[in-house]
Design a protein around this ligand. Structure first.
Ligand SMILES: Cc1cc2nc3c(=O)[nH]c(=O)nc-3n(C[C@H](O)[C@H](O)[C@H](O)COP(=O)(O)OP(=O)(O)OC[C@H]3O[C@@H](n4cnc5c(N)ncnc54)[C@H](O)[C@@H]3O)c2cc1C
Length: 432
């Protein structure tokens, strides 16, 4: 099998989405010899709601890209809609984060970030699919990933070839075939999302709020499981989507296309959308969340982004966490390459746990609680009566809390962490 000469990269990254591109950017910035293999060619479509929160904007700004977002649609907060009520909740003021977000298609966004990565010095091999780990080494223990010497890759034009690297990062997204070949699996007790989205023409495409619906009703007015969104794109289109969580016991029998039809009919009047205004068929995908996928570290391997189940369970946001975990992985890989060795990879996992462990634990418990339709109705209908309450809840759900117990959101969140830990101790099968 041909190999790329004797060249051995410092790091090979499988996947050029948010997590892979960010990891490559930060490694290249630090001067390491890094290559990304991406099976598609940019710009490419990726099924997504296309919503960037202030958390994601912060990461893009840190990569020097906020100026490049000038052409994207800037918005100022979330409109929460449920049970006949509607509340406008601007993004909160939090040190280190902007008070605005953007909507931008992944077709445009991911190409921008990959371009930045290349300018920083990374090699990006587009149209190159990683078929399998090269020379896989068995995992060092039960909680570890297998190691490998790189990847066997196929280019769109040619046959298989070998790419060698000292370290390999798995960033191949929710389906993560490469990750599974190294030993990752999803904890099925943890919640997982399933969502569908489509683009529609709408006169309200220039709105400066994204909209989230917490109850969807069928034609007869009955509440159906799931949530919906309308994210204006500012270019004459809106991104419309529906989602459902695996912890909802009605998950298995539900047809997401029908859920989408019900939601388009429900939001249609307000947004001027209908099946005739669709720009194409809706497409769907899975949202592995709450740290559901592991292990995330091996002898010389690391997992980032969706491949590691790192989506925020509270709101299905994964782009920011892809950028953040890619950046974190780059920092620890830099230390490993600089002489720290594999212990620095273990420190990546410990750091992930310290940064997201409690938050995702609360998120998983929250998702389980609201998966019961009666509890969900009670919580939402009560919450929606108070703007102040929902504004604090938004802080928690978007992970935009201030450091320390300084306000109601932060104090409530600390109490939630305590409760989630207690529940986990009392009934680990249900709450862990
Ligand atoms: C319907 C839907 C709506 C969503 N809405 C939002 C939203 O509004 N905001 C938000 O923040 N998050 C949203 N998410 C989640 C978000 O899309 C993901 O969390 C995010 O894309 C994760 O980034 P990633 O880099 O880990 O994976 P991906 O973005 O999936 O990138 C993985 C990349 O790897 C490439 N690849 C895969 N296998 C290989 C291989 N073997 N070799 C080479 N390349 C490979 C793929 O082509 C892809 O480019 C949504 C998800 C869905 C399904």
């Amino acid at each position: 099998m041909p190999s790329a000469g004797d060249h051995r990269y410092d790091v090979l990254i499988v996947g050029g989405g948010p997590s892979g591109a960010s990891c490559a950017y930060w490694l290249a910035e630090a001067g390491w010899d890094v290559a990304v293999v991406e099976k598609k060619h940019f710009p490419r479509e990726k099924t997504c709601g296309d919503g960037l929160t202030p958390r994601a904007v912060r990461q893009l700004a840190d990569m020097g890209l906020e100026g490049a977002l000038d052409g994207a649609h800037r918005y100022r907060g979330l409109r929460s809609v449920a049970f006949g009520r509607s509340l406008d909740l601007p993004w909160p003021k939090v040190p280190g984060f902007p008070t605005h977000g953007y909507t931008i298609t992944r077709h445009d966004l991911d190409g921008l970030v990959v371009g930045r990565t290349e300018r920083a010095g990374a090699t990006v091999l587009q149209g190159t699919e990683a078929l399998a780990p090269l020379d896989p080494e068995p995992a060092g223990g039960p909680g570890a990933l297998a190691g490998c010497a790189g990847a066997v890759v196929a280019t769109s034009g040619g046959g298989p070839a070998e790419l060698r690297a000292r370290y390999v990062v798995v960033a191949d997204g929710a389906n993560s075939r490469f990750g599974r070949a190294l030993g990752t699996s999803r904890n099925r007790e943890y919640p997982q999302g399933m969502a569908l989205r489509g683009y529609y023409r709408s006169d309200r495409s220039g709105e400066d709020m994204i909209e989230g619906h917490l109850d969807i009703r069928d034609a007869a007015g009955n509440v159906v499981p799931g949530y919906g969104w309308v994210f204006p794109l500012g270019d004459g289109r809106v991104n419309v989507g529906v989602g459902l969580l695996s912890t909802d016991r009605r998950w298995k029998g539900l047809n997401t296309s029908r859920l989408m039809d019900a939601f388009v009919a429900q939001a249609g009047t307000a947004w001027g959308i209908s099946p005739q205004a669709a720009c194409g068929p809706a497409t769907g995908g899975r949202l592995p969340m709450g740290m559901a996928v592991g292990p995330r570290t091996g002898e010389n391997t690391l997992v980032v982004g969706d491949a590691g189940g790192l989506i925020n369970p509270f709101n299905g946001e994964g782009i920011a966490y892809g950028y953040e975990t890619g950046r974190l992985a780059a920092a620890f890989l830099g230390e490993a390459l600089g002489g720290g060795g594999r212990e620095r990879l273990e420190a990546y996992e410990a750091h992930l746990d310290a940064t997201y462990g409690d938050y995702y634990r609360v998120g998983r418990a929250f998702v389980r609680l609201i998966s019961d339709p009666r509890r969900m109705r009670l919580c939402v209908s009560t919450g929606m009566r108070s703007h102040a309450f929902m504004a604090q809840l938004l802080r928690i759900m978007a992970n935009l809390m201030r450091p320390g117990p300084v306000g109601p959101a932060e104090v409530s969140y600390r109490a939630m962490v305590g409760t989630a830990k207690l529940l986990e101790r009392l009934d680990p099968a249900r709450w862990a």
